[in-house]
Write a protein that binds this ligand. Structure first.
Ligand code: API
Length: 283
C-alpha cells in the first residue's frame, strides 16, 4: 500500500495524498514539510483526495507554502488520471468538486495520459478575484510597480490571475515582477502572475509566477487565464496553444464563455514515508 503518489504535468509536479490510503491531517506545516525540495519529497503542491461523498468526488489543493487554493489546472489533470487509474470511477468522463466548484474531466487517452478538463467559466470582474477598489472589469489597467507602469488584465478562472502582456518575456523577468505582483496590495488574497507574449492568433507564450509556489515550469489555470485575457484583448482566437517552459496546453474558449484545457499528466513515483519522516510530520 502506498502513502503518496507523485505525478508531473509539463514539469509542474504534485504529490497526491489519498486519505483513503493514508490519512494525515493536512495542516500548513505538514504540507510545507512534504513539499520541501530539500527536506521532504518535493513538489509544487499537494492534491489531497479523493473524498468520496455519495457520488461526489472532492479534491483539496494545497500550495507548497501551506496555503489552500481553489483550483489547479495541472493538478486536476493529474488527479483525474489518479482517480481513473485507481478505479474510483469507471467512466472516462466524471466530475471533480473543488473549492471553486465542479469541473468535468475526460480521460481522452489513458496510456498517453492525455486528459481534457472542462474548467468552467471565467470573469474579469475585480470583486470576483478579489481585487481592491471599485467593482470593475480589469482590462489593461495601469498598475504602478516601483515607478514602472504595467498594463494588467486580471481574470478569475476559480483562482486569481494577473496577466501582463509584454513584447518580450523571460524567466528573469518572471523572477523580477512575479513576487511583487503576486503580493501587491491590490490583491488581498494574492494572485498568480503570467507574463504573456502573443506569438500569433492561435499561440501565446507565458512565464509564470504562482501564488504560494513561486516560479513553475507550467500551470494549467495560468494557461486558461492567459488565453482568456488574450482572447478578450482581441489578440487570439480559440483554440489557443499556450507555450510554457515545461510544455504546451490546448485551451478552448466557447461562445458561452466556458474554458476547456487539454494536455498530459505523467506518473513519477509511488512511495511510503519513512517512520522517521512521519515522526517529523507529526511534529
Ligand atoms: N499549478 C496550478 C496552479 C495552482 C494554483 C495556485 N498556485 C493558486 O491559485 O494559488 C495549475 O496548474 O493551475
Amino acid at each position: 500500500m502506498f502513502e503518496f503518489t507523485k505525478y508531473e504535468a509539463l514539469g509542474n509536479d504534485y504529490i497526491i495524498i489519498d486519505p483513503n490510503q493514508y490519512d494525515v491531517p493536512m495542516t500548513a506545516d505538514i504540507v510545507r514539510r512534504i513539499c520541501d525540495r530539500h527536506l521532504g519529497v518535493g513538489s509544487d503542491g499537494i492534491l489531497y483526495g479523493p473524498f468520496i461523498e455519495g457520488d461526489r468526488i472532492r479534491l483539496r489543493i494545497f500550495n507548497p507554502d501551506g496555503s489552500e487554493c481553489e483550483k489547479s489546472g495541472n493538478g486536476l489533470r493529474i488527479f483525474a488520471r489518479y482517480v481513473y487509474e485507481s478505479k474510483y470511477v469507471k467512466s472516462q468522463t466524471f466530475s471533480i468538486h473543488t473549492r471553486a466548484g465542479e469541473v468535468v474531466a475526460n480521460i481522452l487517452d489513458s496510456k498517453e495520459g492525455l486528459i481534457k478538463v472542462l474548467m468552467g467559466s471565467y470573469t474579469f470582474q475585480s470583486e470576483q478575484l478579489p481585487m481592491a477598489g471599485a467593482p470593475r472589469e480589469v482590462i489593461q489597467e495601469p498598475l504602478e510597480l516601483d515607478g514602472e507602469t504595467l498594463r494588467v488584465t486580471c481574470v478569475s478562472v476559480g483562482n486569481p490571475h494577473c496577466v501582463v502582456p509584454l513584447e518580450e518575456i523571460s524567466r528573469d523577468k518572471a523572477f523580477q515582477l512575479g513576487p511583487r505582483l503576486s503580493s501587491h496590495a491590490l490583491f488581498p488574497q494574492k494572485t498568480n502572475v503570467q507574463l504573456m507574449k502573443v506569438l500569433d492568433s492561435h499561440n501565446i507564450q507565458i512565464e509564470i509566477w504562482e501564488r504560494g509556489a513561486g516560479y513553475t515550469l507550467a500551470s494549467g489555470s495560468s494557461s486558461c487565464a492567459a488565453a482568456c485575457a488574450a482572447h478578450r484583448l482581441g489578440l487570439v482566437q480559440s483554440p489557443v496553444t499556450v507555450h510554457m517552459p515545461g510544455g504546451r496546453l490546448e485551451i478552448e474558449i466557447d461562445r458561452d464563455g466556458r474554458i476547456s484545457m487539454t494536455g498530459t499528466a505523467r506518473s513519477v513515483a509511488q512511495g511510503v514515508f519513512t517512520p522517521e519522516f512521519k515522526a517529523r510530520l507529526r511534529g
